[in-house]
Structure formats: structure tokens, C-alpha cells
Design a protein around this ligand. Structure first.
Ligand SMILES: Cc1ncc(COP(=O)(O)O)c(C=O)c1O
Length: 485
């Protein structure tokens, strides 16, 4: 048996490149990422693709090792290019992010050292670091000493965890769901609805609150709805407000809704996945006033702190409530139950083994300092206003309301009354996407097809906004030249 084991170990040793081999592979990888970053300002923001991409589905996964040069070639040429380029500063669609270089270094160190970040007993350093980051976010929100939370993979999962925590805090059982009422806006991100479904609460009553002309929930309507539901023997259970909606960046009246939720003892959740980190700016702080009234807040570092995808956060006012919703017992975990004064992420969230997510945020924050993030976020707020003003000056462009944060909508609306504006704008969007120099997504507001313009990429600067304005004008001219508009 010993001989057989030695032989197997020898074969498996291929999984552990030696120092020289590591250097070789690292050089090949960083040669590629260097090429990628060197050309990022020239790359397309979107690359149209066809079915040939799916040839990857047929790629053999062989018994024998492949040639590393071929592997990097495939990643560079077949895997990465098609579709959206979220690393581009000309990406003005959905919610852009970026992908900081220093965050990638955090991921590299994380993967090599592979700390078990879910449990304090296993990696007190990783857990303390995550806790420190969460406490920093809690301070930013204005929560007190009892606050806490965890780093998630993104906003959707963080919102789901908030729903589950609110459900458990209210002590709701399945039989109560048809009488439990959640108050939200039609503009709430769809992950809240999906979170309710995943939490098994699809049967609860969803009360969509009327909005003002800026897509913000009317707080007096929240009050009235709760009152009425109470009178009718229902269970007002959770209010979900937005700290920056996805479609238009609308911020609900956080202070007023918070006051109502507190008075009626209803869990108050704020989804600030997009807008939350604008709290680092004076303007954002003012606009998000009242956020500290929440029981739970979602923030996405892979949006407002420009991290690569895979970083969200749930911060709750009272950490004990998060723990209460995620308690577990397992004999094989008995060694980990030590007194530490710090909650392990595994005790307050759905994951056990988890990515050591803290380092990908810790490294950029420490290496660049918070003021660099503040400046970048102030820049994005100003860039959005600049783009909005420029579009507003264009005679045939109809802009939505001025951006509250860094999102607004617009459409091309030439005077010719015969033109179907939806079809025209779809054509404009298609042409811009085919070219891919800049990339915008679209939405429907009041059943009208509209462009959404969002500035949040770390690499979006004045130059990229001017590029967008040029591209838009160019494509409008081209359509006009090819048709009677
Ligand atoms: C306001 C808001 N909430 C939640 C989400 C979902 O976050 P994620 O994509 O990180 O799951 C988004 C995504 O754009 C968002 O804009």
C-alpha cells in the first residue's frame, strides 16, 4: 500500500507547480492582464456575439494537461471578449462597477492562502477583518454599537438574507404569510421579490405604494396602507425602501418612512446596493439622510466601491437579530464554539465555507485611502449631471428628471409626430450596441422605451462622457440620413 500511495503522490504532484513553474504561469497570466489593462481605454464596451461562443461548451476537458499558452490564448480571445465589458469606462449600462487592480491582488492572496473565513476559530484574522469592514460600513450608515453584518456575494443574496432576518424577527410562521404585508415600490429591485419567493413567502401580501413624479414612494401612502391593513387584521411586517433605485436612482423619503416603520414596529429595510457608498460624499450623505433609521441596509462594494463582481454586504442595526435568524447546531462544529467577542460569518449568514471576501476590499481601501474613493464618487455624481445637462441642451433629446445620484433616463424624440418613438429608440440602441464603442441599457418608464444612462465605472471620466455624446449624435445623424425623420 505504501508503494501505491507514493506512486499516487508522485502523479498528483502535478497539482503543485514548483517556484519556477509558478513564476512562469504568473508571468503568462500577468502578461495577459497587463495587455488587457494597457488597452482598456481603447477596448469596446460591448462586443456583439453569435452562437460560435458556445463552442466552449464542446471544449474537451482532457486527461492530459494542456499547453498554458493555448489556455491563456483561449481566455483572451474566446472567453473574455464577447458581450459586455464591465471593466470599460464606456460602460454606462445596468449598474457599472470596474474591477480595481488592488482588489485583484486581494483575491490572489486570498486564493493562495485560502483562509477559512466563515469561522473565527479557523481564521480569526479573516473574520476580524470582515468584521472591521462591516463596522466601517455601519459607521458610514450611522448605526450604533449593536450593529453588524456580513459580506455577501452581492446585493441579491444580501437582500434575501434581510428578508429572512425580518421574517424571523417578526416570528412569522407559514400559516401567517397570507396575512403578512410587505410595503414596497414598483421600482424596488426585482431581487427583493425573488428574495421573498426564495424565502418561501410568495404568498405574503405585496403592497405597492404609489410614487411621486420622481419615482419615490409617497410616505403618507405608506402610513395609510399600514393603518388600513392593521384595521383589517393583517400583519404589517416589512417596509422596503430604496437608497437609489436601479432604473432612475430615486431615493425614497428614508427619514419619513423610517419614522412610520418605527411607530408601527415594522421591519425597515433599505436596499442601497447601488446608492449606499455615495454616503462617502457630502452630497450622498445629505440625500440618504434617514438611512440610519433602517433595521437593515444592503450595500454593494462591487458597485459603489468599484470592486470586481462578488462583493455585497448586509448591515443590520442589531446583530443579534441576524444571528437569531441563522443559528445552527452541528456536532462536527463543536470545536469552533469558542468565546471570541466576534461573531463568525457562518453564525450570521447562510454560508459556512466562504470566500475570504474581506481582503479584496481591505487592500484597495488601505492602499488607496478612503479619500480616493470619495473623489471618484464625487466625480461620478458630477459626470452624471454633466451628461444630463449636455443631453438636455440637445434639441431632440427628451431627458428624464435630473439625476438624484448618477442614473437618469432619456430618449430621442424628434418632432415628427408620425414617428414611433419606441421603434426609433430601439433602432438607435441597436446601432450603438452593434458598434459597441459605448454601451447603454434600456428600460420602460410609463410604458415608454427609454435609455438608461448610469455612471459608476471607476474608469468613466469626462473623456468617456464626451465619447458617449459624440457617439449618440453620430448614430442619430446616421439614422436621419437613412430615413425621413
Ligand atoms: C438597487 C439594487 N438592488 C439590488 C441589486 C442586485 O445586486 P446584485 O446584482 O449584486 O445581486 C441591484 C443590482 O443592480 C440593484 O441595483
Amino acid at each position: 500500500m505504501r508503494k501505491r500511495l507514493e506512486a499516487l503522490a508522485e502523479k498528483a504532484a502535478a497539482l503543485e507547480p514548483n517556484a519556477y513553474e509558478q513564476k512562469q504561469l504568473l508571468n503568462k497570466s500577468t502578461d495577459y492582464t497587463g495587455r488587457f489593462l494597457d488597452s482598456i481605454y481603447e477596448q469596446k464596451a460591448y462586443t456583439r456575439f453569435d452562437d460560435s461562443v458556445n463552442s466552449i461548451l464542446e471544449d474537451p476537458i482532457d486527461e492530459e494537461p494542456c499547453n498554458p499558452d493555448q489556455l491563456i490564448y483561449d481566455i483572451e480571445n474566446r472567453v473574455v471578449p464577447p458581450g459586455l465589458n464591465p471593466a470599460s469606462g464606456a460602460h454606462f449600462a445596468y449598474i457599472p462597477g470596474g474591477g480595481l487592480f488592488t482588489s485583484a491582488l486581494g483575491d490572489y492572496i486570498t486564493a493562495i492562502t485560502n483562509r477559512y473565513a466563515g469561522v473565527y476559530y479557523s481564521s480569526p484574522g479573516a473574520v476580524a477583518l470582515e468584521t472591521r469592514l462591516i463596522n466601517w460600513m455601519a459607521e458610514l450608515i450611522g448605526f450604533g454599537e449593536e450593529a453588524g453584518g456580513y459580506l455577501s456575494s452581492g446585493g441579491s443574496i444580501a437582500n434575501l438574507t434581510a428578508v429572512v432576518t425580518a421574517r424571523e424577527d417578526a416570528g412569522l410562521k407559514a400559516a401567517d404569510y397570507p396575512r403578512a404585508v410587505v410595503y414596497l415600490s414598483e421600482q424596488a429591485h426585482h431581487c427583493v421579490d425573488r428574495g421573498l419567493a426564495i424565502a418561501g413567502m410568495q404568498e405574503c401580501i405585496k403592497r405597492y405604494i404609489p410614487l411621486d413624479s420622481h419615482s419615490r414612494m409617497l410616505s403618507e401612502e405608506v402610513e395609510q396602507a399600514i393603518q388600513k391593513d392593521k384595521e383589517n387584521g393583517l400583519i404589517p411586517w416589512m417596509v422596503v425602501a430604496s437608497g437609489g433605485t436601479t432604473d432612475t436612482g430615486a431615493i425614497d423619503p428614508l427619514e419619513e418612512i423610517g419614522e412610520i416603520a418605527a411607530r408601527h414596529k415594522v421591519w425597515y429595510h433599505i436596499d442601497a446596493a447601488y446608492g449606499g457608498f455615495f454616503l462617502l460624499t457630502d452630497e450622498g450623505k445629505e440625500k440618504l439622510k434617514g438611512i440610519a433609521r433602517a433595521d437593515s441596509v444592503v450595500l454593494d462594494p462591487h458597485k459603489g466601491l468599484f470592486l470586481p463582481y462578488g462583493s455585497g454586504a448586509l448591515v443590520v442595526k442589531n446583530l443579534e437579530k441576524l444571528a437569531g435568524a441563522h443559528r445552527y447546531e452541528a456536532n462536527y462544529m463543536q470545536d469552533t464554539k469558542i468565546q471570541s467577542g466576534v461573531y463568525s460569518p457562518a453564525d450570521i449568514s447562510p454560508e459556512l465555507s466562504k470566500h475570504f471576501r474581506g481582503l479584496r476590499l481591505w487592500m484597495p481601501l488601505k492602499l488607496h485611502g478612503v479619500k480616493a474613493f470619495r473623489s471618484a464618487l464625487e466625480e461620478k455624481l458630477l459626470l452624471a449631471r454633466y451628461a444630463w445637462q449636455k443631453l438636455d441642451e440637445m434639441p431632440e433629446i427628451e431627458v428624464g428628471h435630473e439625476p438624484e445620484l448618477s442614473v437618469f433616463t432619456f430618449r430621442w424624440a424628434p418632432a415628427n409626430k408620425e414617428t414611433d418613438l419606441d421603434i426609433l429608440n430601439e433602432e438607435l440602441h441597436k446601432r450603438m450596441t452593434d458598434k459597441g464603442t459605448v454601451f447603454l441599457s434600456t428600460t420602460r418608464i410609463n410604458d415608454e422605451f427609454r435609455f438608461r444612462f448610469v455612471v459608476l465605472s471607476v474608469r468613466s471620466h469626462l473623456e468617456q462622457i464626451d465619447l458617449f455624446l459624440e457617439e449618440l449624435s453620430k448614430h442619430i445623424r446616421a439614422i436621419k440620413n437613412s430615413a425621413e425623420i
